[in-house]
Ligand binder design. Structure first.
Ligand code: AGP
Length: 609
């Protein structure tokens, strides 16, 4: 959803900006640009296409300057083109702006500026910001930015430079992430931590409507009215390799393979062995008062919502508490009935998804207790929620979410088990067995990954299928949803998920010889039902892939192919059964010649509506 960077220091800004943008390309990659200031003059270079197109464009010129801003774009207003790329400048070219977000009142502002004689060159909402800053400029860029943001409605993270003020960059955010990196004789801004790691580990997470003014040797912070305040920095303890591909061809493949470690990390600090094994959720203030909760409400988008669908089954099964799961973009426009006795769980890898944040703010207003399950420390969600449970999956760079999903599930199991114990749905003995089963999942995931080659071979045979349908019941239905999303988003194969019992109510009309039907069979009590669903699609010509336990034989004769997972409780299978489907999606995308890390039309974190 666009990545922005900025640099001021002793080094030449151009290579630093390009290098930092490379770490943010996952946020958007339809065009890129930089603006560098030297000797009172801003040089802007922009190009449609991936960052490498911009790199090629500037390869033969020397763009000098120790201060600059850069941008990698995911188009919202105006098609991807050189002219619509950022940075955008004012008419004189003295002010350059990079922006992530959407200015919702831009057409009103544009009309007003046009009526004041401004000629627009691009179709972007961002150009409005550059002209407004110029309009408000009276020799003080900070004052001009403060005046400008009073007029802006919508969401933004902005970096601004001005030819008349060659010693500073101004940055401000509202509902979009922006981080300041504090270096030694140099300072940076970026939309996300990976862009900063080569330069510094000391970062300031900007708050909404907070303004940072970066000089090469200090950073000043102001509120939206221009009052200066102090701010503490945080130390990022990621290791740089976690933001690199580490020998894998794509981030997605690396992140799929990181799941065993990520699952173990999610559990580690939360399992305590006293006399027996127990769960410790002090971090989310879990206490006996929770027993009064009437209902759990889970809200999220995309893959995180699929974790929520599994969560509904988990909470109802293990904790016996009514649970609703909602798509955040729907929730925010409904009239949801919430009360302070509800526990509201918000799931988001990035912690920056606009719809998810809006849903959280609604629930907060209604007085619900908000628990955020997120991967990103310092994200808006983490800062605004009452309580935070981190997934500790490490940075997830690929657009397709994988390790974030399985670790989100792990967090939901932990909360539900603890809840179940509190509500008398789970005994201490059973809890101990369940914890052991959770601990085993990491090794079991490793085992599935060790048979990656057979998934790759199957993908090589099936990647040209025009329709892939995923079906299952209960927990297997939730994993069907996630598997279908994974396949469609990176391989562009038409894929759908069905609750297997719904087949006969319509979807079966679509099944023919060119259909691959993926049947999840891990819910033992429903094996007979799945058996008959499989027979129905097979009779209509579908090729059938079954995903079941390694020691389960009953589908051998009807499946064309079987992916096997190690035995666990039926209710814990989602953590395992999704893994072969992540690999399948990955290898289908590669077979089709697509870059799985940068699927068309998508961006990693959707910080606009
Ligand atoms: C997952 O593969 C997606 N690309 C997408 O659905 C994602 O899960 C969704 O946008 C939510 O993101 P979040 O977890 O960062 O809130």
């Amino acid at each position: 959803m666009c990545g922005i960077v900025g640099y001021i220091g002793q080094e030449q800004a151009t290579p630093v900006l390009i290098n930092a943008l490379k770490k943010l390309e996952y946020r958007g990659y339809d065009s890129a640009g930089i603006a560098v200031l030297d000797s009172g003059y801003i040089t802007v270079r922009k190009a449609k296409g991936r960052l490498r197109v911009l790199e090629e464009k500037i390869a033969t010129e020397v763009i000098r300057g120790n201060l600059g801003i850069g941008h990698t774009r995911w188009a919202t207003h105006g098609e991807p083109s050189d002219i619509n790329s950022h940075p955008q400048t004012d008419v004189s070219g003295k002010i350059a702006v990079v922006h992530n977000g959407i200015i919702e009142n831009y057409s009103k502002l544009k009309t007003w500026l046009e009526n004041n004689g401004i000629l627009f060159r691009s179709e972007t909402d961002t150009e409005v910001i550059a002209h407004l800053i110029n309009f408000n400029y009276n020799g003080d860029l900070l004052a001009a930015v403060i005046e400008t943001i009073k007029k802006l409605e919508g969401s933004y993270a902005i970096g601004v430079i001005c030819e008349n003020e060659p010693d500073r960059i101004i940055a401000v955010r509202k509902d979009n992430p922006l981080i300041v990196g504090k270096g030694d004789g140099e300072n940076l801004i970026a939309s996300d931590v990976p862009a900063l790691l080569e330069y510094t580990r000391n970062v300031y997470y900007l708050d909404d409507m907070e303004i940072a003014v970066l000089y090469k040797d200090r950073v000043d912070f102001f509120d939206e009215y221009g009052t200066k305040h102090g701010k503490d920095f945080s130390r990022v303890d990621w290791d740089i390799s976690s933001a690199e591909k580490g020998g894998y061809e794509h981030f997605m493949l690396k992140e799929i393979h990181e799941q065993p470690k990520a699952l173990a990390n999610t559990l580690r600090a939360r399992i305590k062995t006293y006399a027996s094994k127990a769960i410790n959720l002090d971090e989310i203030g879990f206490n006996s008062g929770w027993a009064k909760a009437e209902r759990v409400v889970i809200t999220a988008c995309g893959t995180a919502w699929h974790a929520g669908v599994v969560g509904k089954y988990i909470f109802e099964y293990f904790a016996g508490i009514p649970t609703d799961v909602d798509i955040a973009s729907e929730y925010r426009y409904r009239n949801p009935i919430l009360n302070p006795d509800n526990i509201f769980i918000i799931i988001s890898q990035s912690g920056e998804t606009a719809d998810t944040l809006a849903a959280m703010r609604m629930a907060k207003k209604a007085g619900a207790k908000i628990i955020a399950v997120t991967n990103v420390v310092g994200s808006t969600l983490a800062r605004e929620a009452d309580l935070v449970m981190y997934t500790w999956a490490g940075p997830e760079i690929a657009v397709a979410s994988t390790k974030a999903f399985t670790t989100q599930l792990m967090c939901l199991y932990l909360i539900a088990f603890q809840f179940g114990l509190l509500r008398g749905e789970i005994t201490g003995d059973r809890l101990e067995k369940l914890i052991l089963a959770l601990e085993n999942l990491s090794g079991q995931a490793e085992k599935i990954l060790s048979d990656e080659a057979s998934v790759q071979r199957f993908a090589a045979r099936q990647f040209n299928k025009t329709k892939v349908f995923f079906m299952g019941r209960l927990f297997d239905y939730a994993i069907s949803l996630e598997s279908a999303l994974k396949l469609k988003e990176i391989s562009y194969t038409h894929s759908e998920a069905f609750a297997a019992g719904e087949l006969k109510h319509g979807p079966i009309a679509l099944v023919d010889n060119d259909t691959l039907a993926v049947a999840f069979c891990t819910q033992s009590e429903l094996f007979d039902k799945m058996d008959s669903s499989i027979k129905q699609v097979k009779a209509r010509g579908a090729t059938v892939l079954v995903i079941t336990y390694e020691d389960e034989d009953r589908f051998n004769s009807i499946a064309d192919e079987i992916f096997r997972i190690p035995r666990t409780y039926d209710e814990l299978t989602p953590v395992l059964s999704v893994i072969p489907c992540q690999l399948f999606a990955y290898y289908c995308a590669v077979q089709r010649g697509h870059d799985p890390d940068k699927p068309r039309n998508l961006a990693k974190s959707v910080t606009v509506e």
